[in-house]
Write a protein that binds this ligand. Structure first.
Ligand SMILES: [Zn+2]
Ligand SMILES: [Zn+2]
Length: 327
């Protein structure tokens, strides 16, 4: 099938089915796995978040001495840094794709542009609604968890590993952040689809059927409290604080990319960069499939994996119809 960007009535349809990464293949495929880790998992956004975490730890974080006592002043600084970086990525993508429509509808997964007059959104405006929940609640809960973890490091409540002592272990754990975050996402997201929690909290995120960069962490405060428990692993598994910052960036900023609503970015007229996560996009469309992310393919185990093809759409429709008839 052709790779040319096309718009069908259902938005851009990537040509290939979504597959489980080669890491999980049997017999093992080590070369394909290595290639996937560096190109599929980390390039380019993962490397960007790693770089941002290193810069933030060295230049944009209060000293550990200062963080030894919980004070609003330095927690606000962490909030400001996180909000600024989220604003840079989500705001940048939003301006490029939706305000200036720099690539028009090429690779657009959404069927429509974002909503500007719908009562279901705060201020009747999807983008303003999304920005409000992302900054007021999302960034605040994320920064509080991060601050609490840093405070625990500063007081030796949790063990810390230095890069000079265990560089290979910490390099492996850096990649581990991406697997842990996506595995944790399946767990917390599956829980949020439990009806009482869905109705109280997760419904707010699902107001967004067509999604944009600011939809990424546009969630109910209760969902944020659950979603950012991702930090807790580092309370028991010893790592370096830079990985805590990376965890925050991957959990807090990468959804702006995955929710961009465009499968690829076209930069400078021809350079194509991976952007929207079609796997999660399908979740926003159909709700009861694709609870996780592809790097930790738990959906495959539980039969909720939707590979994004028209055949899978048809099979899901058929299952729903059969359930409806039985019920
Ligand atoms: Zn989402
Ligand atoms: Zn959901």
């Amino acid at each position: 099938m052709s790779e040319a960007p096309t718009i069908s009535q259902g938005g851009y349809q990537p040509p290939d089915p979504i597959e489980v990464p080669p890491l999980y293949a049997w017999p093992p495929r080590p070369i394909a796995t290595l290639r996937w880790i560096f190109t599929g998992l980390l390039f380019p956004w993962g490397f960007l978040f790693i770089a941002l975490a290193v810069v933030s730890w060295n230049y944009l974080a209060p000293s550990l001495d200062r963080m030894a006592s919980l004070e609003l002043e330095w927690i606000v600084l962490i909030w400001l840094r996180n909000a600024a970086l989220l604003g840079l990525v989500a705001g940048g993508l939003h301006c490029w794709l939706y305000r200036y429509r720099a690539q028009d509808q090429a690779y657009m997964l959404n069927t429509r542009w974002l909503e500007t007059d719908n009562r279901k959104f705060l201020f009747r405006n999807q983008v303003r609604d999304n920005i409000f929940w992302s900054l007021a609640s999302g960034c605040t809960v994320w920064s509080c968890y991060e601050a609490l973890t840093m405070w625990a490091y500063a007081n030796d409540h949790i063990p810390r590993v230095e890069w000079s002592d265990a560089p290979i272990y910490l390099a492996a754990m850096t990649i581990g952040v991406f697997f842990w975050s996506t595995f944790h996402f399946y767990l917390n997201h599956r829980l949020l689809h439990w009806r009482p929690l869905y109705r109280t909290a997760h419904k707010l995120h699902h107001r967004n059927i067509d999604i944009g960069p600011w939809s990424g962490i546009s969630m109910h405060p209760l969902e944020h409290v659950i979603y950012f428990t991702v930090f807790f692993l580092w309370w028991v598994v010893p790592v370096h604080p830079v990985l805590v910052i990376l965890t925050g960036f991957y959990q807090g900023i990468s959804p702006a990319v995955s929710h961009s609503g465009f499968h690829k970015l076209i930069l400078g007229g021809r350079t194509k960069v991976t952007a929207g996560d079609y796997f999660h996009h399908v979740h926003h469309k159909y709700f009861e499939v694709n609870y996780g992310n592809t790097p930790s393919p738990v959906d495959k185990l539980f039969g909720s994996w939707h590979d994004g093809t028209p055949q899978a759409h048809a099979a899901l429709k058929h299952r729903r119809l059969a359930r409806h008839r039985r019920g």
